[in-house]
Design a protein around this ligand. Sequence first.
Ligand SMILES: N[C@@H](Cc1c[nH]c[nH+]1)C(=O)O
Length: 316
Amino acid sequence: MQFRNILEELEVTKFKKGIEREMENFFEDMGFSIIEPRVFEDYDDFIRSNSRWDSSKTVKVLGGDSRIYILRPDITTNILSQIFSKWEGEPPLKVYYNSKVYRNESRGKILQNYQMGVESLGDDISKADGEIVEMAMSVMSNLGEPYILEMGSTKYLDGFFREINLNLQDEIEIRNLISKKNSDSLKTKLKSLKLENTILDKILDMQGDMKEVLDMARAYEMNEEMKGALDSLERVKELFIHKDIIGKVKLDLSMVPDLGYYDGIIFKGYCLGVPTKILSGGRYDKWTKKYGVKVAAIGFMIDMDLVTRIRIKGEK
Ligand SMILES: N[C@@H](Cc1c[nH]c[nH+]1)C(=O)O
């Protein structure tokens, strides 16, 4: 955050601390315990297990042992190695953090971003999906501004790609076009691959009202993975159906996450008039296998710089 002078900085920091305390109390009331992420990570380990990361964005540090370390660019992966070195997968573990991530910006500066977040590990999948999505909704509604929570599932598109024999390069290109919602280039690409009469041609229409999108998506279901994706979204819909916040949850099956570890429900929270996501998260069960035991895992992070800015604006 940029400040005009030190008094403004002190005032904003005090305000931010107040919001952090509110969130910490909320997470603790929900049964989550605080965890302190480590600042440094081994560069080689990080790059090996995060092949989709742009390595130029990691902030590198040279250790006294001449190894290259990085300042943590993502808190979820950071705390997982910490947790799994001392936990065998049960009983369920619920943790929250209040920390920062560091990334190189395109203009060369180092970006420090305050994040708070929660991770629920080893709990029953349907129960944890419901609990985490409800917590995300509660964080969004406390902003005091109109908001929406966009939800999707990585398993829907993954399931489809499993049915067709596409080379990886084409698959990545299609996913990128879908994530940019670039319908013209997507159509051209699909035509060149003779895939124009498939779900990929409809995927950008699969956004909006939960019930309508689920009904449309069911018609294209091809395997258990795609069915599982829709079933889990259906279960979340059932949780909200009789609440007045149902209108604030939108489905977007064309949502492609920036991070590579998700395999299930994914979601992002937006406030009206703010183009950047305020909150994002999802399920990443398969990813936990890297640490020796596969457990159910879901969580989300909140961009505290953005939350502070929005709450300050709301107070004025
Ligand atoms: N670490 C993710 C958010 C997340 C937490 N847990 C699962 N996903 C991010 O920075 O976007």
